[in-house]
Design a protein around this ligand. Sequence first.
Ligand code: GRF
Length: 198
Amino acid sequence: MNKRVAILLSGGGSNMVALAQDMHGAHPARPVLVLSNTPTAGGLEKAAGMGIPAASIDHRPFGGDRAAFEAALTKKLEAAAPDIICLAGFMRILTPHFIARWQGRMLNIHPSILPLFRGLHTHRQALEAGMAVHGCTVHEVTGELDGGPILGQAVIQIKPGDTPDDLAARLLPLEHRLYPAVLRKFAVGDHSKVSLCA
Ligand code: GRF
């Protein structure tokens, strides 16, 4: 039986597209829901165009009430009964309660070589640190922000004169290879690490 995958996003959804395009044929999983906290997220339209049920729960009316927002997310998710949740550019911090509900079944992609450069502005952080390489990480989501067991990493070289935008542009195609490669394995219970180089 195919594993059911829900993908949470806040933006353009290019990682969601890469994941969803990979989930066909003998792939052990299928996308069952794309969910966004941003009703205007480009990823929602892309999901609908690919025939994947897409929905949004705007976080703004909930104000600071994260628990109520997450209760609404959980309701939508439970209706889709996912086996795996992939965070793909989902820009809301999740509470320990929500994470505990899905722990062991929730993955995230973060644009740095974790545990370096958690949080935002990772490309700038890598440049400011004088790194020779940069990369992205797919990891299990735990209560620790951008923590959790590492399942895969991809690495690019940093060249003289690179800007944060240059790094983002060179890294994204690798994100699109890494996340599907990890999901294929994770969906069959294989947690061995994937490593990719540009
Ligand atoms: C990616 O760089 C991802 O690593 C980060 O947010 C970005 C999402 O891009 N967490 P997209 O929406 O998948 O195009």
